[in-house]
Design a protein around this ligand. Structure first.
Ligand SMILES: CC(=O)SCCNC(=O)CCNC(=O)[C@H](O)C(C)(C)COP(=O)(O)OP(=O)(O)OC[C@H]1O[C@@H](n2cnc3c(N)ncnc32)[C@H](O)[C@@H]1OP(=O)(O)O
Ligand SMILES: CC(=O)C(=O)O
Length: 535
């Protein structure tokens, strides 16, 4: 069976730039465009030349991409000719392969937002497409098409037909306000296909009911052959159709994979998790751990019953293989775990144990007991590994904390300014040697951290590159006598990131436990030798 070509149009750099809180620099835009091109996207909408200096600068350079670089703009202003519209000229002067114009197709919008007659709007569409075709491929985004169709189907259709008959390569049906449901999209697109070939129709769904991806697929089922969307679903308000969800669906789900060819190869698909996370890194955002296909939790199995079956065959609880999209499976250890989760995690960290060893069940019981008292091992693999090694084999006591003291003082500094200063003193024994360090910090935990890591004797070189990158405190029961859980995230020059936990009714104790475990984990990881004498 021959497969039909389905085109992907990415608007991360245009509609995605309309996401609240997001702003792309020129370098960001270039990096994202290259990433999209390598992925195999057919059209990359780079922005709106003339609307702002970044977008104009982006289109002033030659991108030499395989994808069709597309400049976005609005149809010509009413009351002036296309040749006499500076906004339109800026778009058409851009170095692009294709030009995409947003046009009104809802009679109400024509009258209220543009304040022109319905006939004048149709002339505007035609004249704009005519001017664009001279420069390259023309596309028309029919804004509010579905709302327009519901209000006045004949007029909405006449806008689509005007664009198509004038030579637009694609007429894109936009669910601009994002309120249309999949069954409505499917029915309306099926009607439009009776007037304009589906091979010239696209869909641009917004996600205001959380169904933009479903709406894109509904339009494809009804005959549209171009999907507009963005990476990670960026876009105005609740965003656009997420191409990171759509691409694997189109490639891995038989109903679509057997019917359609898209420009993304299997290798491109395997890069998807990396691409999604790189975009978040560029935007300085935390990746969505629960994102379909690519989220860190998309293939994380927490329930013991799930983990047990996954260990037998991953297909029991996975709809596709994580490797297909460049993601990885995880079996989490928590109070929802069974023996299978523990065995899988022990295997992952390289601890060999007979599955029938009674210590495995004791370890699981210890995890559950601790979780009931405020520990949360799920996000703290280093603390679980230390607990497991301590219970199953042993972890050298690289150092012993003999005592610590920390004080917080508010006083005038040398400049006469009032400042709050924390000072800590830590006494440790390292392989028979007693060492004492003093440090000042911007808070009591910081002062303790600096004092503890100041001098660990012969082990000091192993922690020179240790950095603490995050410190999260959770109060487990209300009130000042509450139990406190501290999660400490650490990293090193090799780029490994690990999280350790401490739980106590005293926040300083909880922090110190997490700190000691972080250092011990680093010693183990770096292969530090066990002390000659027990501490
Ligand atoms: C559905 C979408 O996402 S469409 C894309 C939306 N994206 C953006 O708006 C981001 C970029 N926009 C901008 O930088 C600015 O809005 C600009 C440069 C385009 C225009 O700025 P301004 O000239 O100051 O106009 P402003 O933004 O206030 O209003 C838009 C004008 O365009 C008109 N307009 C809107 N859509 C269209 C259209 N499809 N065709 C012709 N004119 C249109 C409006 O009626 C309004 O005209 P008015 O000023 O005579 O009332
Ligand atoms: C064009 C566009 O972004 C919209 O109608 O949503």
């Amino acid at each position: 069976m021959t497969r039909e070509r389905l085109y992907l149009f990415d608007t991360t750099l245009r509609d995605g730039a309309q996401t609240a809180g997001i702003s792309f620099s020129l370098d960001d835009k270039v990096a994202v465009a290259r990433m999209l091109d390598a992925l195999g996207i057919d059209y990359i909408e780079g922005g709106y030349p003339g609307a702002n200096p970044t977008d104009s600068a982006f289109f002033a350079t030659d991108h030499a991409l395989k994808a069709k670089m597309t400049a976005f703009g609005m149809t010509k202003r009413a009351g002036r000719s296309a040749a006499n519209d500076p906004g339109l000229k800026a778009v058409l002067d851009a170095r692009a392969d294709a030009y995409c114009f947003v046009a009104k197709s809802w009679d109400y919008h024509v009258e209220v937002a543009l304040g022109i007659s319905l006939v004048e709007n149709l002339d505007t569409i035609r004249e704009t497409v005519r001017s664009a075709r001279v420069k390259g491929e023309a596309l028309v985004d029919c804004e509010h098409f579905f709302d327009g169709y519901k209000a006045n189907p004949d007029y909405a259709l006449s806008c689509v037909q005007a664009a198509y008959e004038e030579g637009a390569r694609w007429v894109v049906l936009c669910d601009t306000n994002g309120g249309t449901l999949p069954e409505e999209v499917e029915a309306i697109v099926a009607e439009v296909v009776r007037h304009v070939p589906g091979s010239h129709l696209g869909i641009h769904p917004h996600n205001d009911t959380g169904q933009a991806v479903a709406n894109a697929l509904a339009a494809v089922r009804a005959g549209a052959r171009q999907i507009q969307g963005t990476l990670n679903g960026l876009g105005e308000r609740c965003g656009n159709a997420d191409l990171v969800s759509l691409i694997p669906t189109l490639k891995l789900k038989p109903a679509y994979a057997q019917a359609f060819d898209i420009g993304v190869s299997d290798e491109g698909l395997r890069q998807l998790t990396q691409i999604s996370r790189t975009l978040d890194a560029i935007l300085n955002r935390q990746p969505n751990r629960h994102a379909p296909y690519v989220g860190a939790n998309a293939f994380a199995h927490k329930g013991g019953i799930h983990a047990s079956a996954v260990a037998k065959d991953p297909r029991t609880y996975e709809h596709v293989a994580p490797e297909a999209v460049g993601n990885a499976r995880k079996l989490l250890v928590s109070d929802q775990a069974g023996r299978s989760n523990v065995l899988a995690e022990l295997k992952r960290v390289g601890i060999e144990v007979d599955p029938k060893d009674p210590r495995v069940m004791r370890l699981l019981e210890e995890v559950k007991e601790r979780e009931a008292n405020g520990w949360a091992f799920e996000g703290a693999e280093a603390s679980f590994e230390l607990l497991a090694r301590r219970m199953l084999g042993g972890v050298p006591r690289f150092f012993d904390v003999l005592s610590f003291r920390v004080g917080v003082e508010r006083r005038h500094n040398a400049l006469g300014e009032l400042a709050t200063v924390s000072e800590a003193v830590v006494k440790v024994a390292v392989d028979g040697e007693v060492l004492m360090s003093v440090a000042e910090g911007n808070g009591p935990v910081n002062a303790l951290d600096l004092a503890l890591r100041k001098d660990l004797g012969k082990y000091q070189p192993y922690i020179d590159d240790l950095r603490l990158t995050d410190f999260r405190v959770r109060i487990l029961d209300g009130g000042t006598g509450a139990v406190t859980s501290v999660a400490l995230e650490s990293t090193d020059s090799a780029g490994e990131v690990w999280t350790t936990l401490g739980v106590s009714s005293n926040i300083i104790d909880a922090s110190f436990q997490a700190l000691e475990d972080s250092i011990t984990y680093k010693f183990l990881k770096a292969g530090a030798p066990a002390p000659r004498q027990s501490a």
